[in-house]
Ligand binder design. Structure first.
Ligand code: MSP
Length: 642
């Protein structure tokens, strides 16, 4: 057994149980799982945490719409998430739900500690609120007047609330991001530094407009802001602020929080500031990964285009899917998911390269040596080269895993897989077998191939343990534990009995699979097209709507904003009045395309300046998440729309 090297604590974000998870969510968990398995195999005492983030207005609204209690609603979705992780054999050590008593009590204790420290005070919040993101924003943080996270419109809102003195930690946070590698990749670090340097305002950390949350311990009218509640999971799960903090003392600080790019801000600003307030050590790293996108843009339940990991697993198996996710995408960057790229990876890398290597070798050992792995008896340059590549691979994999470069770690393993296949072509064992005088060379060839496969079975274990087990069974290695150090040594096999089994990855007919997948994915879409309620903002009264004066406007002139690439400046005629309106649509329309269009204008919106240009009103666009489409009408300009 490998000697323990110390602790290694890795976490995924805790997922919102607002609907079932899609392939994008599984991406992060698959990476965390591979890392946890890799660290365990290399001798670390690992703590791998995942869970669900169950409070907040959005969940409360969905539950109300479905006519169930929020608790009943999240219980159902969370059961599905746990099933998904069980299907994918995710090796988490703990699963924290923010509705569990252990979490609730400890979050309240955290609030109290920060309050006693003098870092929390009661005030009044007035700001611009994004309901889907449950975030307040300042005017300067908005992008084109909308939420900088999701791009949707924000509404002015005011409420009595508790505040965390985030501004007190501004300098310490700048120091943390500037002088350590706390946040990676670097591009995200620069983005966050820019954000902090604009000036951190105190953070509103309570809400009184809904009640599905953890109560503020000193004020029953308020619930704790969902991000303070959620971020705390990384320590509440370990027993921080409980009667038994031994696990916390053992594993904290975390080695790495893996998070998607859009939540880096919460993890690299709010979370370290909270920990500073609690006088706790900071996690060693926050790593922001990119997103899996579809060719048409984001995956989203409302678009009905989410890729369901369960369907892919049913068809191709867990290991093929995990391999694809880890091999295809570069950590930190966005990547496009397509069926074709996935099928090609599965066929070329798994069925052809790895599958063929194992089945050819097993058949040859059965045919030429009665099914037993012979000893090596000779050695030439080709043998030496194979040995060098095989015994050198583990260190290369380690180096790539240190950088979270899962794709490159797998590539290093495939360098060996391809080298071993080439070795067969170079040695031509079928020719050696015809000549009795070449029996020693043939034995060496079989031995070296078996050794290379043994090493491959260890190297792939963190990524595809089931495949590793299958290979080890075929190679007669079922009796031995998988030990990482054994990947550095050649010549360990002695007479193991090889038994060729079924192909570890069947060859796929890509054309046929593409059609089948399309049918399957379209079949999944049907109910979405039939009638799935949209995720809407909170209901409003007719009187609220009636305050908005919508008018038809004719665009007479359009030009680019001299100081902002995203903005266009329009001169709009509405009956007797002419006015200027600035819109953030330059990425979607050329100025000349807009001239002559009759559009709908929110005419009584208070005027404001956008990069120095006055904008009186707002033109309506339809937004499909990627493109803004102009909404036009034939009605005469100046007319009222209601
Ligand atoms: N509940 C918060 C996290 C709190 S952590 C203290 C949350 N939940 S989420 O369910 O919306 O997202 C969870 C993670 O899934 C995020 O890291 C997000 O980036 C990731 N992904 C969601 N869609 C994704 C893709 N299409 N591709 C890759 N990751 C994606 O945010």
């Amino acid at each position: 057994m490998t000697e323990k090297k110390g602790t290694y604590y890795i976490s995924t974000p805790i997922y919102y149980p607002s609907s079932n998870l899609h392939i994008g969510h599984t991406y992060c968990t698959v990476m965390a799982d591979a890392m946890a398995r890799f660290k365990r195999l290399s001798g670390y005492d690992v703590m791998f945490l995942t869970g669900t983030d169950e409070h907040g207005q959005k969940i409360q609204t969905i539950a109300e719409e479905k006519g169930v209690t929020p608790q009943a609603y999240v219980d159902g979705v969370v059961a599905g998430i746990k099933d998904l992780w069980a299907t994918m054999e995710i090796s988490y050590d703990d699963f924290i739900r923010t509705t569990e008593d252990r979490h609730v009590e400890r979050v309240q204790a955290i609030f109290n500690k920060m309050y006693e420290k003098g870092d929390i005070y009661k005030g009044e919040y007035e700001g611009l609120y994004c309901t889907p993101c449950e975030s307040f924003w300042t005017e300067s943080q908005l992008v084109d007047g909308c939420c900088p996270d999701c791009g949707r419109p924000v509404q002015p809102a005011k409420e009595e609330a508790y505040f965390f003195k985030l501004s007190n930690y501004q300098d310490k946070l700048i120091d943390l991001l500037e002088n350590t590698n706390f946040l990676e990749p670097e591009s995200r670090r620069n983005e966050m530094l820019g954000f902090i340097r604009q000036g951190l305002e105190d953070l509103c950390i309570s809400r009184s407009t809904f009640d599905w949350g953890i109560q503020v311990p000193i004020d029953e009218k308020h619930v704790i802001y969902v991000w303070l509640d959620a971020l705390s999971n990384y320590i509440t799960a370990l027993g921080y602020a409980s009667e038994d903090p031994s696990k916390f003392e053992h594993y904290w600080p975390a080695n790495v929080h893996l998070v998607g790019k859009e939540i880096v801000r919460f993890h690299s600003i709010i979370w370290p500031a909270m920990l500073m307030s609690l006088d706790l050590p900071l996690p060693k790293q926050v790593l922001g990964h990119g997103w899996l996108l579809l060719e048409g843009g984001k995956m989203s339940k409302s678009k009905g285009n989410v890729v369901d990991p369960v369907k892919l697993i049913e068809r191709y198996g867990i290991d093929a899917l995990k391999y694809f996710l880890l091999r295809e995408y570069t950590f930190g960057q966005d990547g496009i998911f397509t069926n074709e790229v996935m099928l090609k990876r599965m066929n070329y890398d798994l069925a052809n390269d790895l599958g063929n290597l194992v089945s050819r070798t097993a058949s040859m050992i059965e045919k030429y040596n009665g099914g037993f792995v012979p000893e090596a008896k000779t050695e030439d340059e080709i043998d030496q080269d194979l040995k060098a590549v095989a015994t050198g691979a583990a260190a290369k994999v380690e180096a790539q895993m240190d950088k979270f470069a899962f794709n490159m770690a797998l590539e290093e393993i495939w360098v060996l897989v391809r080298r071993a296949n080439k070795y067969i072509d170079e040695k031509m064992p079928w020719v050696l077998a015809k000549d009795e005088a070449k029996k020693d060379e043939l034995d060496t060839c079989m031995h070296n191939l078996a050794e290379a496969i043994r090493i491959i079975s260890i190297l792939i274990y963190p990524f595809m343990h089931t495949t590793s087990d299958k290979i080890r069974k075929q190679m007669g290695l079922w009796y031995a534990d998988v030990v990482w150090e054994d990947a550095f040594t050649f010549d360990m096999m002695q007479g193991e009995q090889v038994k060729k089994g079924e192909a570890i990855f069947p060859r796929l007919d890509i054309e046929k699979e593409l059609v089948a997948l399309e049918e399957m994915q379209n079949a999944g879409k049907e109910p979405a097209e039939e009638n799935i309620p949209l995720e809407l903002k909170a209901p409003i009264e007719f009187d609220d709507f009636d305050k908005i004066d919508l008018r038809v406007g004719l665009i007479e002139k359009a030009e680019k904003h001299p100081k902002a690439d995203k903005l266009l400046i329009f001169q709009v005629k509405m009956g007797t009045e002419r006015r200027q309106i600035v819109s953030g649509v330059a990425e979607h329309y050329k100025p000349e395309e807009m001239v002559g269009k009759k559009v709908i204008v929110v005419a009584n919106l208070k005027p404001r300046k956008l990069r120095g240009e006055e904008s009186k009103g707002m033109i309506l666009f339809a937004d499909n998440g990627e493109k803004l489409e102009i909404v036009t009408t034939d009605a005469p300009d100046g007319e009222s729309v209601s």
